[in-house]
Design a protein. Structure first.
Length: 117
């Protein structure tokens, strides 16, 4: 069972930046695809970005150019760099992983990001 622990959330003013981190347990992190989702109050969970085991990256169109996903396999960590933050980016951000794309098999507990106007 892979465990994921997110960190790096917090309160930031509009226009600011945050970098989220997600550390995974286990020895086969490099073989997993990893991603970030977010869920705002009263809204459905939304896909943000993913990075394949090979390092290919994919983003939801509305966030391209502001958010960047990356991974460090030596540290079993995936990152989400978020720039030019807006109040509508306020949400709980969750890290997730998959062995085969299409089935997100493991999830973190989430980290809260709040952007003030």
């Amino acid at each position: 069972q892979v465990q994921l622990v997110e960190s790096g959330g917090g309160l930031v003013q509009a226009g600011g930046s945050l970098r989220l981190s997600c550390v995974a347990s286990g020895r086969t992190f490099s073989s997993y695809g990893m991603g970030w989702f977010r869920q705002a109050p009263g809204k459905e969970r939304e896909f943000v970005a993913r990075i394949s085991a090979g390092g290919a990256t994919y983003y939801t169109d509305s966030l391209k150019g502001r958010f960047t996903i990356s991974r460090d396999n030596a540290k079993n960590t995936v990152y989400l760099q978020m720039n030019s933050l807006k109040p509508e980016d306020t949400a709980v951000y969750l890290c997730a992983g998959y062995v085969q794309y299409g089935t997100w098999g493991f999830w973190g507990q989430g980290t809260q990001v709040t952007v003030s106007s």
